[in-house]
Write a protein that binds this ligand. Sequence first.
Ligand code: MN
Ligand code: MN
Length: 364
Amino acid sequence: MNKKLMALQKQMVDQKIDLVYQDNPNSVAYFTNFESNPHERIVAYVVTQDDHFLFVPSLEESEAVQQSNVDNVYSYTDDEDPWLIIQNEAEKLVDQVNLIAVDEGNLTVERYFNLQNYFNTDNFTNITSFIEQMRLVKTEDEIEKMLVAGKLADEALEIGRKLLKEGITEQEVAAEIDMEMKKRGVSEMSFSTLVLFGDHAASPHGNPGERKLKKNELVLFDLGVIIDGYASDVTRMVAFGEPNERANELYAIVRKAQEKAQEAVKPGIRAGTLDQIARKVIEDAGYGDYFTHRLGHGIGKTAHEFPSINEANDTILKEGMCFSIEPGIYIEDEIGIRLEDCVYVTKDACQSFTTTSKDLHIIS
Ligand code: MN
Ligand code: MN
């Protein structure tokens, strides 16, 4: 029984949607188990109220047949018109296509125009938020996969720590971590691995560069892997040499904010409340102006997805929701501290996907 498909089709009946067209590779994989990276070619999942098919480039057809849970897989070669095939196959399943639902957040304008022309309709509705809501609450199977991704991220942190020595560059450490993860079967990193030395960590999205590690600098690692179609994301700090008083003070504040928010997670709590809890710790310590971003973000098939854990988010937490908790303090030209774990909501609390100690790791 395909519960995800059933939920989608129920929504289609309720909303009188004749056809759902999706071509975001992550959503396609979510529904069909077929992981792909089609670039400019089309991998689409087409659903009617009582049927469905997968549409792929011919060079991916045999993989799609093997991997997916969809019986009908159709394909196109580079010299065929993909839209004509999609239209033909869809029209075999449904008499009249009046209303088409698309994932507006992920559909290109070009493809939208093609759907409009080939199905000869201007009636479209947006299914983005319904799919986001579905993907938000993870199944046990998804959580299992995310635990594997989390474990590898813990391992990547350990590998990173062991590489630290005077003179090594941020890029060298990041590249080595990525290579070691690929050797362990990781298809790709969740995002480009961050390794930032000293005051460079004051830039929350700084990029690793040629900067060389010096004695008595802090190092920020922010990384994650994608394995089996699911992502991890974790941030830890390392003191390369004895940390000074200031570093210890700020680290303790960020840690308290992170732990307090994590401890507050349980079903029934407002997502925005978690942001407020963490923010209050940092504000009370006098550094509110230096916590310059939201507390966290959803995670699943990609490292950053719905929902945004910010003060204004009224989403009520439910068992199976997964997101990051990552407060930070960033003081330009001086210091940047962040601590991050991703968690899943359990019956009465939450569990972290990563288990690396939250202590400031000191290499002396
Ligand atoms: Mn994150
Ligand atoms: Mn991160």
